[in-house]
Design a protein around this ligand. Structure first.
Ligand SMILES: [Zn+2]
Ligand SMILES: [Zn+2]
Length: 356
C-alpha cells in the first residue's frame, strides 16, 4: 500500500482542494480501514463548500473525534475492508461494505436506547472526522454494513441517503393504504417517496417546483406531483382527500415556509415528519397542533437497521438507486464537475457519485 493518497480536503468556504495526503495509519482497536469504491456528494458537503463551516468543527475540537479545522469530506460510500484493528469480529479483510456515517459514543442516554443516530457526541464521517473522498478511510467497524448480492457498488453508495428517507417513513408509523405528502423531490425526498410506496402508501403526492425533479418524482412512483408555486397546495390536497388533508407528510426541503406547510397539509390527528435541515426559524402557531391532535415528528439520519432494510429493498427493486444517479465523476474533478455542477445545474441533478 502506498504511503500517500489523493483526497478532497475542505479548508474553508469555497476552498476544497485535491491534495496528496498520508494514507490513514493502521486502524486502532475496533476500527477498520476501507478502500473507497464510490462516494456520493451530499447536500451537506455542498453546504460546507458554499457556506461552511456549518457542521465542520473549527472553533474547538469535536468532543468525540478531537477533529478541528481542515478535513477530508465524504460520507455516502461503498468500499472494501483492507485492514482490521484489534478486536474486530463483525467484518473481515475483503468484505465489501456500505458504512453508516454516525460515529457515536456508545455511552449517552440515546446511544444506550439504540438511537445512536442522535448521540450527544454524534460525529458524522466526513464532517466531524476524515471522510471518504479519498482512496482510504478509517471508520469504526461496528458501522460497517456488508452489501448483499444484488446491490451494485454504485447503488450501494446511495444506501446512506436512502436510509434517511427509510427511517422517516418508519417514524411515521404504518402508512399502509394512506395518502401521504412528500415535500421536495431531491435525494431525500425521492428516497422517502420510494420508501413510502414500498411501505404500502396508497397515494403519494409530491410537492416540487423544479420540472426536472418533478419528472424524477414521477419516475420514482409519485401518484401526483403538484407545483406549490402554481397552485394552492393545501386546498388541492384537501380536494383529493374529502376535504380532510393527507394522513402523513414528510418535509424534505428545510425551508421556513415548507416546515409549517407540512402541518397544514395533514388531516386532524395526522403526522408530519420533519426531515429537512433548516437554516432559518419558521413562524408557527402551535394551536395548529393543540387544536387538532396533529403530531410533528423530528428525524435525523438512520441506524444500521435502516441500512439493512434499504439494501433489501434495493436488491428486490422496490427502491431504485439508478434513477437518482445523475453523474459519475473522478475525484480530481470533484469541484468542477461535482460541487459547481450541483450548484449551477441544481434542478437537473440529483446525486453525483465520485470515484477516488
Ligand atoms: Zn449525506
Ligand atoms: Zn452517545
Amino acid at each position: 500500500m502506498s504511503e500517500t493518497m489523493q483526497a478532497a480536503v475542505w479548508h474553508g468556504k469555497e476552498d476544497v482542494r485535491i491534495e496528496t495526503v498520508p494514507v490513514p495509519p493502521f486502524p486502532k482497536a475496533g476500527w477498520v480501514k476501507v478502500e473507497v469504491c464510490w462516494c456520493g456528494i451530499c447536500g451537506s458537503d455542498l453546504h460546507e463548500y458554499m457556506a461552511g463551516p456549518i457542521f465542520i468543527p473549527t472553533e474547538a475540537p469535536h468532543p468525540l473525534t478531537g477533529k478541528q479545522g481542515s478535513l477530508i469530506l465524504g460520507h455516502e460510500f461503498t468500499g472494501t475492508v483492507v485492514e482490521v484493528g484489534e478486536g474486530v469480529s463483525n467484518v473481515s479483510i475483503g468484505d465489501f461494505v456500505a458504512p453508516d456515517a454516525c460515529q457515536h459514543c456508545g455511552e449517552c442516554v440515546t446511544c444506550r436506547s439504540g438511537r445512536y443516530n442522535v448521540c450527544e457526541k454524534l460525529a458524522f464521517t466526513g464532517l466531524h472526522n476524515d471522510g471518504a473522498f479519498a482512496n482510504y478511510v478509517n471508520i469504526p467497524a461496528e458501522l460497517c454494513y456488508r452489501l448483499p448480492s444484488g446491490v451494485t457498488p454504485e447503488a450501494g453508495s446511495l444506501i446512506e441517503p436512502l436510509a434517511t428517507g427509510f427511517k422517516a417513513v418508519r417514524e411515521a408509523g404504518a402508512v399502509l393504504g394512506e395518502t401521504v405528502v412528500v415535500i421536495g423531490a431531491g435525494t431525500i425526498g425521492l428516497g422517502t417517496l420510494m420508501a413510502a410506496k414500498a411501505a404500502g402508501a396508497g397515494k403519494v403526492i409530491v410537492l416540487e417546483m423544479s420540472k426536472a425533479r418533478s419528472a424524477k418524482a414521477k419516475e420514482c412512483g409519485a401518484d401526483v406531483v403538484l407545483n406549490p408555486a402554481e397552485c394552492d397546495a393545501v386546498s388541492e390536497i384537501k380536494a383529493m382527500t374529502n376535504g380532510s388533508g393527507a394522513d402523513a407528510s414528510f418535509e424534505c426541503v428545510g425551508n421556513k415556509l415548507t416546515g409549517p406547510l407540512a402541518v397544514d397539509v395533514i388531516r386532524n390527528a395526522g403526522r408530519a415528519v420533519i426531515v429537512g435541515i433548516f437554516e432559518e426559524p419558521s413562524s408557527f402557531n402551535f394551536f395548529s397542533l393543540s387544536g387538532t391532535d396533529k403530531r410533528v415528528i423530528g428525524t435525523l439520519a438512520y441506524t444500521l437497521d435502516d441500512f439493512k432494510g434499504v439494501s433489501t429493498l434495493l436488491a428486490t427493486g422496490q427502491l431504485k438507486a439508478d434513477a437518482m444517479i445523475t453523474g459519475q465523476i473522478e475525484l480530481e474533478d470533484i469541484v468542477e464537475k461535482g460541487f459547481l455542477e450541483l450548484i449551477n445545474n441544481k434542478d437537473e441533478n440529483i446525486k453525483i457519485i465520485v470515484k477516488p
